[in-house]
Design a protein around this ligand. Structure first.
Ligand SMILES: NC(=O)c1ccc[n+]([C@@H]2O[C@H](COP(=O)([O-])OP(=O)(O)OC[C@H]3O[C@@H](n4cnc5c(N)ncnc54)[C@H](OP(=O)(O)O)[C@@H]3O)[C@@H](O)[C@H]2O)c1
Length: 276
């Protein structure tokens, strides 16, 4: 997706430069102008070789002393956050936009940790690490209209960006896109297992299932204006081979019902975790 141009000249700091943080920071330090950034402080107690390589870019610096920045990105594991929030607060003041990708940490919790700051609570998913993810975000009430563009622009290295959404919707978004890659991996496993049961070798069945999911995903990417339901109908001849399989999958209690129950459970768990 082409990066939108945001206001230039922002200083940024990222606390926690792991898998998700690197996916963002890599793009920002390689093309700081598109990100609208002039400096990127990378904060991580044990920087990996990948982080040290990022630190060699002219706009990047690893583990400098804290001072308030324009944009602070919180990308540590959620369970680490309570222990580091006092130290992290040294990077923010009332002019800072705090962007958090920490699952389950609410705008209220972030606003308490960073008094007066504007808050963007963001929920990426794993394919974001290769720029093919989808990230939803919601904003605190004190955000300005420019923050929407700024957040979209800064998240764009992860792939598609959806927002701003209402914070109440983040649990549903987590259930669909946050957890979704795991559902697709399970579908792939189940297809491969079925193929083995029908007499294919394990290796071949794994390859068939995997490449089928990759290919179907690529078709959806290529034909973005056609709904998944229409793509399905287009490959289903009446009374044909696919039709009998779909009749099994789509009967009452079948895949659509199971998926709805799974997503309801995930959304509830996401909500419960954010209340702990
Ligand atoms: N990965 C995903 O697909 C995904 C999806 C949605 C949301 N998220 C969210 O993204 C956040 C990061 O996830 P991740 O997968 O990138 O985790 P990760 O790879 O473990 O990255 C977290 C990084 O934070 C570092 N860290 C630990 N303590 C720190 C401290 N006191 N100060 C600064 N950095 C510290 C860790 O260093 P050490 O390794 O040395 O401990 C690690 O490099 C999480 O909050 C997660 O909920 C991730």
């Amino acid at each position: 997706m082409p990066a939108k141009k945001a206001a230039d000249g922002l200083s940024a700091a990222m606390i926690g430069v792991g898998r998700m943080g690197q996916a963002l920071a890599r793009n920002w330090v390689q093309d700081p102008q598109s990100a609208g950034l002039t400096s990127v402080a990378l904060i991580d107690p044990t920087p990996s070789d990948a982080v040290i390589a990022l630190g060699k870019h002219p706009v990047a610096v690893i583990n400098p002393d804290p001072k308030p920045v324009d944009v602070l990105i919180m990308a540590v594991k959620p369970q680490v956050f309570p222990d580091i929030k006092a130290e992290a607060a040294k990077w923010a003041n009332s002019k800072t936009l705090v962007m958090s990708v920490m699952a389950g940490i609410t705008i209220k919790q972030l606003a308490e940790a960073f008094p007066g700051a504007r808050i963007a609570r963001c929920m990426p998913n794993t394919p974001g690490a290769i720029g093919l993810g989808v990230t939803g975000f919601c904003l605190s009430d004190n955000c300005k209209s420019i923050d929407t563009d700024r957040v979209e622009n800064l998240l764009s290295p992860l792939g598609l960006v959806e927002g701003p959404i209402r914070e109440e919707q983040i649990d549903a978004l987590t259930a669909v896109s946050g957890c979704g890659p795991a559902y697709v991996f399970l579908l792939t496993e189940a297809m491969a297992a079925a193929g083995r049961k029908l007499g294919l070798s394990q290796d071949m069945s794994d390859r068939l299932a995997r490449q089928t999911v990759i290919g179907a995903g690529a078709l959806m990417a290529e034909d973005a204006d056609t709904s998944a339901a229409d793509l399905r109908r287009a490959v289903t001849s009446p009374n044909g081979v696919t039709q009998v399989a779909l009749d099994v999958l789509m009967k009452p209690g079948g895949l659509p019902d199971v998926m709805r129950l799974a997503c309801e459970s995930a959304a509830k768990r996401s909500y419960d975790l954010s209340q702990e």
